[in-house]
Design a protein around this ligand. Structure first.
Ligand code: ISL
Ligand code: CA
Length: 538
């Protein structure tokens, strides 16, 4: 079986993981110094959010040089050392491949805006409509329009994300050659594969107006088009030479679209990050949240478990608020943190743990938008201000949805700045709760969230059924989720109580794990209890 079907993958947001030189910014030597932590968690691979040179308009998702390392994070030699030191611990490195767009500071863009060949058509350039309005009516991912005027070129360029992120034009064949070259550059250095940023948006079929939508007008002109599949198959040919792995970040995908992107035999991606389960607490767009209803969440997970043979499983990443306040309960922090860990590590697919999740980190404790760095949050704040939304409401919306909720520095211990940096101040505010949410404390506490993650990682390694077994749901009510994993003669049932009240389930069996101290299981679950049962005689 492919290594990635057995592995747990850990996502690092380098800026916030570990600072080694006291400038307040996480870096590669810092990551190297923490590899033992990841080895203890039995991590098989690390997905590194971008570490390339970048003016940080979107913290690395705006790349200005694909073949180098951001000096804030270190050097190419540091990167080589990271690959080597990780390998010594049985850990592979996955790079973030951001090829829908580059930074407007990239040399390609600088040349394209000056019409220097062969770069002239590397981006989507267009002039205003005859009436002087923008080239089309599309709207961007960060809540604003997606055309920016460039004085040098005398045209507009397309940017589906921030205006410093110009979309690459794959109608120009040279662009794909460049990307293949980037792949080879990193694969030759020993990386095991890539997480591919917004990979289902690469191809824009035309720049015509889109049908008006509440958000993302124009989507039908670029969402998972056949030419994008062609591009992925071409990239796969390069990747196959190295037996490399890819997981695609794919926005707005249905299970059917996902199967076309990562189904066996498609020769495209190995798995995708889908978003549907992350959208079940929102109306239309992520900024309009409603209460979390566990049942809708369970139904969505069931649908994806059934419809896809294998996929990426995740509850957190650098774009999403933390999972405990969102799907669990602050009041039952420890119990619900362990329950969510149980869900993540017992569904079928490859689990992704996001830094800090393994110690139950929660959302930021900022007081106002001036403490927020996230380009998306700032853009949304401008958008809401333009619509005269009062400040208090703006802050409420942003505090609940900001991507910075997941980007505060990793909480290693209860020393200054949580052990993240020796600087007086970290680049982004450290959560003041680090005095009681930190790794060092949890290492000494057998009942900690950290020890629960470790324990489940071990169970997953020991029990093939948890990795390969098929998935069958047994109960999915407004607060209880029960499912079974089966592999040959092995059968294990997982029962989760997503509520502050006791609950009952129909399943019985020999107790393998509970996030409470108990000897046996009679069908009664305590608040936020998670149990794993060995099924007898099924
Ligand atoms: O934040 C989001 C999820 O709610 C999305 O709108 C997000 O922008 C989208 O998932 C794409 O994300 C990826 O590409 C962006 C970058 O800002 C994100 O950090 C990255 O994960 C542009 O490169
Ligand atoms: Ca640093």
């Amino acid at each position: 079986m492919e290594w990635w079907k057995d592995a747990i993958i850990y996502q690092i947001y380098p800026r916030s993981f570990q600072d080694s030189n006291g400038d307040g910014i996480g870096d590669i030597p810092g990551i190297i110094s923490r590899l033992d932590h990841l080895q203890e968690l039995e991590v098989g691979a690390i997905w590194l959010s971008p570490v390339y040179p970048s003016p940080n308009g979107d913290n690395g998702y705006d790349i200005s040089d694909y073949k180098n390392i951001n000096p804030e994070y270190g050097t190419l030699e540091d990167m080589d050392r990271l690959i080597l030191e990780a390998k010594r611990r049985g850990i592979r490195i996955l790079m973030d491949l951001v090829i829908n767009h580059t930074s407007t500071k990239h040399e390609w863009f600088e040349k394209s805006r000056r019409r220097i060949e062969p770069y002239t058509d590397y981006y989507y350039w267009a002039s205003a409509k005859p009436d002087g309005s923008l080239p089309n009516n599309w709207t961007g991912f960060f809540g604003e329009d997606c055309w920016q005027w460039d004085d040098v070129r005398g045209e507009y360029y397309l940017h589906l994300f921030a205006k410093t992120q110009a979309d690459l034009n794959y109608h120009c064949p040279k662009v794909l050659d460049e990307v293949k070259d980037v792949l080879r550059f990193w694969l030759d250095r020993g990386v095991a594969g890539f997480r591919c940023d917004v990979i289902n948006l690469l191809w824009k079929d035309s720049l015509e107006d889109g049908e008006n939508r509440l958000a993302l007008t124009g989507l039908e002109h670029y969402l998972s088009l056949p030419e994008t599949h062609d591009i992925l198959r071409q990239l796969r040919r390069v990747l196959d030479g190295y037996k490399a792995f890819t997981v695609g970040e794919t926005v707005f995908v249905t299970p059917e679209m996902a199967r076309d992107l990562c189904g066996e035999g498609r020769q495209e991606l190995n798995m995708v990050f889908s978003f549907e389960h992350m959208e079940c607490d929102q109306h239309f767009v992520k900024w309009l949240k409603h209460d979390f209803h566990p049942k809708a969440f369970f139904k969505c997970l069931i649908k994806w478990q059934k419809e896809l043979f294998w996929n990426a499983i995740y509850l957190e990443n650098h774009d999403q608020p933390r999972s405990i306040p969102r799907f669990g309960s602050d009041g039952w922090w420890r119990e619900s943190g362990k329950l969510l860990a149980t869900l993540l590590l017992t569904l079928r697919g490859t689990p992704f743990i996001y830094q800090g999740q393994e110690i139950g980190m929660v959302d930021f404790d900022f007081d106002g938008v001036d403490q927020v760095n996230d380009v998306e949050s700032r853009s949304v704040d401008r958008f809401l201000t333009a619509y005269h939304v009062p400040e208090a409401l703006r802050w409420k919306i942003i505090a609940r949805t900001s991507r910075d909720n997941a980007r505060t520095p990793m909480q290693w211990d209860d020393g200054p700045n949580a052990g993240f940096t020796m600087a007086d101040k970290a680049w982004l505010g450290v959560n003041r709760n680090y005095h009681f949410v930190n790794l060092a404390d949890q290492e000494n506490d057998p009942d900690s969230i950290w020890n629960w993650y470790k324990n489940l990682a071990k169970l997953r390694r020991e029990r093939e059924v948890l990795r390969r077994g098929d998935f069958l749901w047994l109960e999915a009510t407004h607060r209880v989720f029960v499912y079974r994993r089966r592999w040959g003669a092995e059968s294990v049932t997982v029962a989760l109580n997503f509520s502050d009240r006791p609950a009952r389930v129909g399943s019985r069996g020999t107790l393998l794990r509970s996030n409470y101290h108990r000897d046996g299981f009679d069908g009664r679950l305590l608040p936020w209890e998670a149990v794993i049962l060995e099924d007898n005689g099924i």
